[in-house]
Every structure is written in structure tokens, then in C-alpha cells.
Design a protein around this ligand. Sequence first.
Ligand code: ZN
Ligand code: ZN
Length: 141
Amino acid sequence: MSQEATPRLPHRGRCLCGAVQYELNGEIRFASHCHCGMCRKAHGAAFGSYGGVSAGKFRITQGQEVLHEFESSPGVTRSFCSRCGSPITWTSDEHPEHVAFTLGTLEAPPAELPGMRHIHVASKAPWYDICDSVPRFEGNG
Ligand SMILES: [Zn+2]
Ligand SMILES: [Zn+2]
């Protein structure tokens, strides 16, 4: 193969302390930087970065017992490691077919992610300017 190395499946991820580990047995199908107020709080950052996979392709391989959940709005659940606080997943009852996982917890992220976009930029932090060429959406795109 002459192409640059593409991480092979499964993709693996882990939280900061390593207690929670997961794997993706399917390709990342979409990705976003979410600037909504809840993602900013949950990540303690200018925005939250997520990748999305088919729900059946996401599996917690270690640390289910320390993975805690928080329902941040009706039908929307965020999971995080209760030891180190790393956010791990975002799921919505409206879209049970997908799991969004936090891109920052991937061990060997691909350089290019399909469909990357900035979403909810209408709520972005006033102290942060988006300076890349990634498409932007006022709402959830
Ligand atoms: Zn942890
Ligand atoms: Zn958000």
C-alpha cells in the first residue's frame, strides 16, 4: 500500500486515566465540533469534538462500572469516566442508530474525518474565533 497509513479497525479509545476503554468496529461516519453551551460545559473547552459510528459498532471494552451517565437534556445522555472525568459518549433517543464518541479520547485518530463540521456556532464562546475552513452551521447542521 502506497497510501499514507490509515489506522485499521478496530479504532480504540480510552479516557485520561485509562479505566474506560472502548473500540469502534466500524468506520467513523461523521464528525463535528459542537459549540453549544452544554458541550462547552461538558468538555470545559471552547467546543466538544465528536465522531459518530453506527451504534452496533461501538463497544465499551473496559471500565463499564466506572462509566457514569448524565442526562443533559431530555433524551440526551452523556457518559464520562467517573475517575478522571473524561467525556466518552453522547447519545440521543432521537437517533438510537448512532453513538457519538469524543474524538479526543481516540488513541490513533485518522488525520481526515468524514463530514467534519462546526455546529451550533450561534452559541460559540465569544472568546474563541473559528479560523479553519471546516464548514460551519448555526444550528446542528
Ligand atoms: Zn478515566
Ligand atoms: Zn453540543
